[in-house]
Design a protein around this ligand. Structure first.
Ligand SMILES: Nc1ncnc2c1ncn2[C@@H]1O[C@H](COP(=O)(O)OP(=O)(O)O)[C@@H](O)[C@H]1O
Ligand SMILES: [Mg+2]
Length: 598
């Protein structure tokens, strides 16, 4: 895939231009269409500026000389010009729309793909809402900058320059007048627009406050009533509403003023245009300008305040769009925690031998989470990771999944250092069940297929049987095609079973279960754990569980604490040693009702 967003070299400041250019690279795949849009725009703009000149020639050259040839030529030229302008204009609009959609698609896809590649650490450092906001609102704002505001500005600038050239040709004084009035006028108009935006924002804030007040009032209705605060609440809501109306009214006055001062059909622009026209008419009467010059001059005075305004507005909007643009780049410049070597080979079919060789790891520099972990596991064994919350069990699982690479030491599967292989080809062969299974919108079958999109129906059913969810699925009205969206009541235990089926459908040789039962009540947990032995059969299974009785039959129990392996061995050994595990187990049996170990 084309890399649209090469991050800057270290130490290079992200200037406005640089940020802008990086986004402009989105245009590269559609550069030919974009070029056509630019050319089409130039054609249309040129015609718009040239158009009044036809009338000028008509008055100045055709009329006085009774030149019928010129008369008809101008007439034909006029029709042809209008036709071409329409045609090119329409094509340009269509192409522009296409470019717009394509670029938007590229940005959003790129952003989404990148989010998927980032580590969990990044997700945790910002809320989910923040990422959603970036993916939709921020990309939208940046898109507007590139596909709306930019072309509008280019057009405005081009037309402005063209008009200046044409008027200078007519009479340099015309250009001078145009320049002298349009710059301060554009600035005033812009100032007004800024003030209006501020008013606008204030109104929106007031309405938001009112809605928040409404929501609180409704949500807390029972409490409000009980505490006899109804009058108080109503008064509060009324005040919020009144403030909103006041702000809205002020905004409305502002709009009226703005209309009169800055809009093309307002009082001030009207007077200004009249004055300028009067001035030039006087020039015509004095004989300093030809009669026909009236046409281009009248046409241009109307149009000219616009480019300056557009230009100033554009720079403002670019400044505003910089905030979302930088937020997007912040995300896009995040380097995934794990990157594959170039041309890393695919992982061969996994057997399931796992070795942690002196592994040390930290999420953030300077905070070691795991220190010098070493253990060896044979294919097909069941390994229990126990330890207090925060002792690093999930981190071990993360390293085994190669969601992160160790700082030092090696994670070896089937004799293969995981850093040497293409990580997706390895991860595809590992099954993972977490504390809670996230179900996607879709049918039971689709949710199971998530683990292995190419699995056959038979394989889905077999996975479901292993996971003990087959009976539930079959009992539903639409069987495996039952839509989980449509209010199918599904229990926590059933959810976890779908999670297991999703892992099983890949037939993984390594299975990782990270506290798969901790969100279940104890009866459900019991049933769930019974099916686990069947599921683990023939696979290297890592299980993190607080339920130490399930752990007791593991081939290897690893007790983590303080980032290190406190002890490892089988249950009987560890009990005999009378260490940490023996202590935990003793407490566990004593507290069996609540099972608050770790
Ligand atoms: N993404 C992360 N970024 C920074 N620190 C983390 C991250 N995930 C976990 N930690 C820290 O690493 C330690 C081990 O966490 P974890 O492996 O989740 O423990 P466990 O699964 O045993 O409860 C904890 O101190 C935790 O705060
Ligand atoms: Mg954990």
């Amino acid at each position: 895939m084309f890399n649209y967003f090469p991050p800057p070299r270290k130490g290079v400041k992200q200037s406005l231009i640089r940020v802008f250019l990086r986004f402009l690279r989105l245009m590269i795949p559609v550069w030919d269409k974009a070029l056509l849009v630019v050319m089409g725009t130039i054609v249309v703009s040129t015609f718009r500026v040239v158009n009044p000149w036809l009338s000028k020639f008509l008055i100045d050259d055709a009329f006085p000389n009774q030149d019928w040839n010129l008369f008809y030529s101008i007439f034909v030229a006029y029709v042809v010009l209008v036709l071409i302008q329409r045609l090119v204009g329409t094509m340009t609009t269509i192409l522009n729309h296409y470019v717009d959609l394509r670029v938007s698609l590229a940005l959003k896809t790129h952003f989404f793909t990148h989010l998927q590649r980032l580590s969990m650490t990044f997700y945790e450092s910002r809320g989910i809402g923040e990422h959603m906001y970036r993916a939709s609102a921020d990309t939208g704002a940046v898109m507007r900058m590139i596909t709306d505001i930019l072309p509008a500005t280019l057009r405005a600038v081009y037309e402005f320059i063209l008009i200046l050239i044409f008027t200078t040709w007519l009479d340099w004084r015309v250009s001078l007048v145009i320049l002298i009035y349009s710059i301060p006028y554009g600035m005033v108009a812009q100032k007004i627009a800024t003030i209006q935006r501020r008013f606008d924002r204030r109104v929106r804030e007031r309405w938001q406050a009112r809605d928040a007040g409404l929501q609180e009032g409704v949500a807390g209705a029972a409490i409000v009533q009980t505490f006899g605060r109804r009058r108080h609440e109503v008064k509060r809501y009324l005040n919020l509403t009144i403030e909103g109306y006041r702000a809205a009214m002020r905004l409305f006055y502002m709009r009226v003023i703005e209309g009169e001062l800055a809009r093309n059909n307002g009082l001030l622009p009207y007077l200004k245009n009249r004055l300028i026209r009067l001035y030039f008419l006087r020039e015509v009467i004095l004989g300093n300008l030809s009669y026909g010059s009236v046409f281009p001059i009248f046409s241009y005075t109307n149009r000219l305040s616009n480019p300056i305004q557009v230009l100033i507005r554009y720079f403002q909007q670019v400044r505003i769009a910089m905030v979302p643009a930088e937020r997007i780049l912040e995300t896009l410049d995040q380097v995934p925690a794990v990157t594959d070597r170039p041309n890393a080979p695919a992982m061969p079919p996994v057997r399931g031998d796992v070795v942690f060789d002196d592994v040390s790891f930290s999420y953030e520099d300077g905070t070691p989470i795991l220190r010098n972990l070493s253990f060896t596991v044979q294919a097909g064994q069941k390994i229990a990771l126990v330890g207090h919350s925060g002792s690093g069990k999930t981190t071990v699982a993360n390293l085994l999944l190669r969601l992160y690479d160790p700082d030092s030491g090696r994670v070896i599967v089937d004799g293969q250092d995981l850093r040497e292989v293409k990580s997706s080809t390895y991860q595809d062969q590992v099954g993972l069940v977490l504390q809670e299974t996230h179900l996607f919108n879709g049918t039971i079958k689709e949710n199971i297929l998530f683990g292995q999109p190419h699995a056959s129906d038979d394989e889905v059913v077999r996975a479901a049987q292993l996971a003990d969810i087959d009976a539930f699925a079959s009992s539903q009205r639409n069987g495996y095609d039952t839509d989980l969206r449509e209010g199918t009541r599904i229990s926590g235990g059933q959810k976890q079973r779908i999670g297991i089926a999703r892992a099983m459908v890949r037939d993984p040789k390594i299975l990782i279960l990270d506290e798969p039962t901790s969100s279940l009540d104890s009866a459900t947990e019991q049933r769930f754990l019974q099916s686990l032995d069947r599921v683990a059969e023939g696979r290297t299974t890592f299980i993190v569980s607080h339920r130490l009785t399930t752990v007791a039959n593991a081939d290897l129990i690893i007790v983590l604490g303080d980032g290190q392996i406190l002890e490892q061995g089988i249950h009987a050994e560890l009990i005999r040693n009378g260490g940490e595990y023996a202590e935990m187990y003793r407490r566990y049996l004593g507290l069996d009702d609540t099972r608050q170990v770790g």
